[in-house]
Design a protein around this ligand. Structure first.
Ligand SMILES: Cc1cc2nc3c(=O)[nH]c(=O)nc-3n(C[C@H](O)[C@H](O)[C@H](O)COP(=O)(O)OP(=O)(O)OC[C@H]3O[C@@H](n4cnc5c(N)ncnc54)[C@H](O)[C@@H]3O)c2cc1C
Length: 365
């Protein structure tokens, strides 16, 4: 029996497994499909909430910690796996922000570089950006990660770690309780045991806990994205306008996102969303209209009521823990949120106050 049993191999489950194994523990990771193929693959990889000043302090705290940690993590994964997660810190340009004063107050308060820049500055940085802007907001320290490569690198690292048993194609179908503890996890590949069980099932986390009578308020929120086959250099940094964004990859490709849809567990893509994303993207960078749309996909974000993830022990069950509900920010929050739970599991000093993320008091009666 492993020391820890992690359910769900998205970015949250894999980073949790990595840290527990780093600390010398045996870990079994159960993933229904292949690790890193759900929301953690489908996301954009901006290493910040989109308009960070509009988020609550608990989200800011985790994202600030993670932003500081990403360069080190990306370097480590590149060295250990040969896969470059393409962490690039090229800054972000905000066009047409209507709550600039609030943004500037927030930046001063948290000590984040953010400045109002002129049109000359904007077009020197991004010559193809929407014409006619008189100014922009510029966040020079913002980074982005190529999340499909991040998850591939994490998976490869875990496969190579002797203390990790990575079981893909193992769907968890139930949690067995005995004496106030999880005594075993039922899977399509048989019963699996673990001293401590951690549910990291993303948008599916609530379904895993429902049979125990726990109503975790995490729901799927569909997001569609399109990918342009753009020439290298057409877009160099993340540009955000009217809630939509373009994200360049190192090979020139440009992602444009994203929709927010309450559609249950449906992951189908629609022509309407594709058109809407195309219009937004070509307003941000008109030259994208000349580029082929190479790919169009949808993913399910683990939506929580206020976007604050649920991190910690499940009240009433001795050895069951949860880390889910990162909504639109799971890629940026992952390093900090997984570290916070691992700190708690291993009895270490937590990186931030765990209180706002705990389940106790946040579950419906
Ligand atoms: C379009 C879009 C754009 C986004 N952009 C960004 C961004 O720019 N920046 C950012 O920070 N975040 C972004 N996100 C959000 C981010 O992708 C998610 O918050 C994050 O990936 C959630 O990670 P997770 O590990 O909790 O979930 P997932 O990656 O969904 O992983 C959950 C895993 O659990 C497995 N699982 C579920 N049920 C079971 C079961 N019964 N048994 C075994 N395994 C199971 C699933 O197969 C899956 O692999 C975006 C999301 C979308 C959809």
């Amino acid at each position: 029996m492993s020391d820890f049993l992690v359910v769900g191999g998205g970015v949250i489950g894999m980073m949790t497994t990595l840290q527990l194994a780093d600390a010398g523990h045996s870990v079994t990771l159960l993933e229904r499909g292949q690790c890193g193929r759900e929301a953690s693959w489908a996301g954009g990889g901006i290493v910040s909430p989109l308009y960070p000043w509009r988020y609550s302090a608990p989200i800011s705290r985790l994202s600030t910690w993670s932003e500081g940690f990403y360069p080190e993590l990306a370097l480590r994964l590149l060295e250990e796996t040969g896969i470059d997660p393409e962490y690039r810190q090229k800054g972000l340009l905000y066009l047409r922000v209507d709550d600039e004063a609030r943004a500037m107050d927030w930046a001063r308060e948290v000590g984040k570089p953010l400045e109002r820049v002129s049109a000359d500055f904007l077009y020197a940085k991004e010559p193809e950006a929407a014409p006619g802007c008189r100014e922009a907001l510029w966040m020079p320290t913002l980074g982005s990660i190529r999340n499909p490569r991040l998850t591939r690198a994490l998976r490869r690292r875990l496969v190579e770690m002797g203390r990790v048993s990575l079981r893909e194609g193992s769907e968890v179908t139930g949690l067995r309780l005995a004496g106030g503890r999880v005594s075993g996890v039922e899977t399509t590949a048989g019963i699996v045991g673990g001293e401590q069980v951690i549910v990291c099932g993303g948008a599916w986390a609530a379904g895993l806990l429902a049979p125990l009578g726990v109503a975790l308020p995490v729901r799927p929120v569909k997001g569609q994205m399109i990918l342009f086959k753009a020439p290298p250099g057409l877009v160099s940094r993340v540009v955000l306008m009217d809630g939509r964004y373009v994200i360049p990859r190192a090979d020139g490709r440009v992602l444009a996102g994203s929709t927010l849809e309450e559609a249950g567990f449906d992951k189908s893509v629609s022509g309407e969303a594709r058109k809407s994303l195309w219009h937004s993207a070509t307003r941000i960078v008109p030259a994208l209209a000349e580029c082929e749309v190479e790919h169009h996909w949808a993913g399910l974000r683990p939506g929580s009521p206020d976007g604050v993830p649920f991190i910690g022990a499940l009240p009433g069950i001795d050895n069951l823990h949860v880390n889910a509900g990162h909504y639109r920010n799971g890629l940026v929050l992952a390093p900090a949120s997984t570290r916070l739970l691992v700190d708690e599991l291993l009895g270490r000093e937590p990186i931030v106050d765990p209180a706002p993320y705990r389940l106790a008091g946040r579950l419906p009666a």
